[in-house]
Each structure stands twice: as structure tokens, then as C-alpha cells.
Design a protein around this ligand. Structure first.
Ligand code: ASP
Length: 439
């Protein structure tokens, strides 16, 4: 039995944070596998280690001196080592990495060193084995993870070490060169380790006490979500709730491993527990809505043609056109004489006239309307299913506040209701929904 615990950059920003991590790890003997990010910001305006490493690479490419940035990194990491009195000769690694930098260094190799050095520091500090991600996380040349090889290597490493620290965010290619993941990728490393080792829990330690029910920039002190299902997480993340790297969910979800989001600075807070489903007795919360997420910046295209339902070829052709222009459609609503497509502005803005021209010439609609500045807001909750009156309550609350709903969609799994409003009403919509269901 074991738990995989992943700590994000803010949990490892300085010696004080390292000490908190040690207390957390040692408080539970099941926390045997630790995955770490690179050092994050210590205060607003500070720099993340990963960003500094990217900056060094850019300096090298343009022939500017990287000495100042290297000095910041060296001082920062050496200070952590000294303050914690960790028995790790970090100078050797630092001079090997930064002593002879050249323009030809691979960006992946350089940028991954933030996680590498942090993991070595943490392993020495905890008395755990350091297991380099390049020896347990494997990619093919196509950039796809080699799952079988990765899981086998992680299992082998665990059999040998039992207690280990693995740097997140990178792995290696078949030619042994380092390959990094996309930003925030340490979440994926943690998830892979949890899945490979059949962990009983994947703990993701951050600087927030769980996932909040709504964006705190919009709603004052929103409550944290205690429990949510993977399906709810997906719905909320789709419309903007940024919690953890989206690719990190699949490995643990497939193995039915629960995920807990916890706060290093408030370790006794239960945070948010995410699982496939919850038994009825442990799911007694009376709130129907789990969370609200949304985004502005959508375009809505409405295509009118009489009897569209009788001849759906126009729908098919339109979808093909979007596909050909690589524009992802977020929502579709089909009516008797029209259908409506919602797409994000960022996706379509530079192709709008081409796409519209193609639809006009190939589908010959009676009319085609384009509306900009639409916001989409998802109201998500597994308990909304089969429960009459929820959408009625939502729509009347918005109506009472004079908010005009432009689009209504219900997720096919009945765990989300999505409304589209004008962007100017976005903030009010989120507030009204929050107040009516959670206030
Ligand atoms: N250090 C990397 C980043 O800043 C990866 C991670 O933190 O997960 O994106």
C-alpha cells in the first residue's frame, strides 16, 4: 500500500516550504513516492525556476550573458541546501550543468534541471532514494508516452527503493535524450507513478485548499469543493477552471485511483477529493451544484435554413468546413430551421471570413448570423441528475437579475447546464448562479 504525493513549485519555493513538505511526507508512512516540481515563486514578482532556465536558453541563443541568471539559480538552491543542512554536494551538479553552457544545449535538457535539482535536494533531505525521471518515464520519438515501458520501470524502481523522490515534468527518448512535457507536467508524472504502482491515493499538494466552487476573482471567498467526480472535474476544466494539468487525470482515472488536492500551507484542510463515483452514504452533501466555471470570448454562428432537420447534409457540410479549417466547435444546438455553433474566438478569429465564405458557397443558408463577445458558463453537479427544478431555478434567477440567456445546453450526461450570455453579463451570471445555489 502506498500513496504517491506530488508537490508543486510553490510548495518547494524555499527552505521553509521544503520543511513543510518533509513534515507532510513523514506524517504518513504510506507517502512513499514523492514527485516534485521545480522551485516556484516565493512572492509575487519572483521568478519560477523553470522560467529562469528558459531565459538562460534564450540568452544563449542570442549571445547575451546568462551569468546573472545562473547566479540567481545557484544562490537560491545552495541557500535551500544550507538552511536545511542537507547532505548533498549540490555544487558538483551545479557546475556540471551551468559550468560549460553552450548555445547547442538542448532546451529540454536545460529546462528539466529545475525538477532534477529539486528532486535531488528533496531526496537527500527526506532520506529517500533519488530516481531520475529519465530512467523511469519514457517517450517514443513521436512524443507519445511509452506506457508499458514507463510502468515497468516505475515498478522496478519501487521494488528496489520503496521510498523514492522522482523529478516531475520530463522523461527520456529512445536515444536517452531528455524530453520535457508541457508546462505543469509534473502533475502527469505524479499520475503516471500512481497508476504504475497502483497507489491507493494520488495526493496533489498545491497552495490552495482544494478546488473552489467558483473563481475567487469573481465570487468573494467561494467555498471549496469537498468531493467531486472525474466527470465533474472534466466539465469544469473544459470551461476554464484550471486545477491541474488535463493530461494528468487519465492514468489514475483508468486505474480508479482517487485524487486529492491539498494545500501544503494548510495540511489539515481536507481539500478536494476526486473519484470515479461516491457511495451514497458518503455523498450526503445537500448542494446540487458542485461548481461553476466559465469563460468569455466565444463566437456564436447561427445558420438558418428552412426545414434543416429534414436535410441534415447542411449540418454535416458545415462541420466538415470547421474541421478543414481546424476550428474546434465547443457546442452545437440544433433547431427546426436553424442550428447554432459556439466556437472560441481565439480559434476562429483569423479564419472567420474564410469559414463563413465556405459555408455560404457550399451550404447556401437562408441567412447566417455571427455574434461576438459571448461568455459560456457551466453549472456542474452530479446531484442535478434526475432532479426536477434545477434548471428552472437557474433560469429564473438569471431572469430576475435581468440577464438575458442567449444559449442553453445541457450536457448529455446531465451533470452540467451550460448557459451562454453576452460577455458583459459574465461576472453577474457567475455571481447570480453561485448565490442561488451555494449562498
Ligand atoms: N516546472 C514546470 C513548470 O513550471 C513543470 C511543473 O511545475 O509541473 O511548468
Amino acid at each position: 500500500m502506498l500513496k504517491v504525493v506530488k508537490f508543486g513549485g510553490s510548495s518547494l519555493a524555499d527552505a521553509t516550504q521544503f520543511a513543510k513538505v518533509k513534515d507532510i511526507v513523514l506524517a504518513d508512512p504510506l507517502r512513499k513516492v514523492v514527485v516534485v516540481s521545480a522551485a516556484g515563486k516565493r512572492y509575487p514578482g519572483d521568478h519560477k525556476m523553470t522560467d529562469l532556465l528558459y531565459l538562460i536558453h534564450a540568452h544563449l541563443q542570442y549571445g547575451f550573458s546568462q551569468d546573472d541568471i545562473v547566479r540567481i539559480i545557484v544562490e537560491r538552491l545552495t541557500l535551500i541546501r544550507d538552511q536545511l543542512r542537507v547532505d548533498y554536494a549540490i555544487e558538483e551538479d551545479l557546475s556540471r550543468i551551468f559550468g560549460s553552457l553552450s548555445k547547442d544545449i538542448s532546451i529540454d535538457e536545460l529546462v528539466s534541471r529545475g525538477e532534477y535539482l529539486n528532486a535531488k535536494l528533496m531526496a537527500a533531505y527526506l532520506g529517500y532514494a533519488f530516481v531520475d525521471a529519465s530512467s523511469v518515464i519514457f517517450f517514443g520519438y513521436d512524443g507519445q508516452l511509452d506506457t508499458a515501458k514507463t510502468y515497468q520501470a516505475l515498478q522496478d524502481a519501487y521494488t528496489v527503493h520503496q521510498k523514492m523522490v522522482i523529478p516531475g515534468f520530463y522523461g527520456s527518448l529512445p536515444n536517452h535524450k531528455i524530453k520535457i512535457m508541457s508546462r505543469g507536467g509534473s502533475d502527469i508524472t505524479g499520475s503516471l507513478a500512481a497508476a504504475a504502482l497502483d497507489a491507493q491515493l494520488y495526493e496533489n499538494w498545491t497552495d490552495v485548499s482544494g478546488i473552489l466552487m467558483a473563481d475567487p476573482k469573481i465570487v468573494k471567498d467561494p467555498k471549496a469543493i469537498q468531493r467531486m467526480t472525474y466527470a465533474e472535474l472534466r466539465e469544469l476544466s473544459f470551461l476554464g477552471a484550471s486545477v491541474l494539468h488535463e493530461e494528468s487525470v487519465m492514468p489514475i482515472k483508468l486505474k480508479h485511483i482517487p485524487l486529492q488536492i491539498l494545500n501544503t500551507n494548510e495540511p489539515d484542510h481536507p481539500g478536494t477529493l476526486i473519484d470515479e463515483k461516491f457511495e451514497l452514504e458518503e455523498d450526503q452533501d445537500d448542494r446540487f451544484v458542485t461548481g461553476i466555471a466559465g469563460r468569455t470570448g466565444f463566437y456564436v454562428l447561427t445558420i438558418y435554413k428552412e426545414q434543416i432537420l429534414a436535410d441534415t447534409s447542411i449540418v454535416r457540410k458545415t462541420l466538415e468546413i470547421f474541421d478543414n479549417y481546424h476550428v474546434q466547435i465547443e457546442h452545437i444546438t440544433l433547431g427546426l430551421d436553424s442550428f447554432l455553433l459556439t466556437v472560441s474566438s481565439a480559434q476562429i478569429r483569423d479564419r472567420l471570413y474564410d469559414v463563413v465564405g465556405k459555408i455560404q458557397s457550399e451550404c447556401k443558408p437562408d441567412t447566417l448570423d455571427i455574434e461576438e463577445n459571448i461568455a459560456m458558463i457551466a453549472c456542474v453537479g452530479r446531484r442535478m441528475r434526475y432532479r426536477p427544478g434545477i434548471s428552472g431555478k437557474l433560469f429564473s434567477a438569471l431572469g430576475n437579475h435581468g440577464i438575458n440567456i442567449r444559449i442553453i445546453t445541457q450536457g448529455t450526461n446531465e451533470i452540467s447546464i451550460i448557459v451562454g450570455v453576452e460577455s458583459k453579463d459574465y461576472i453577474d451570471t457567475v455571481k447570480v448562479i453561485y448565490d442561488s445555489f451555494m449562498g
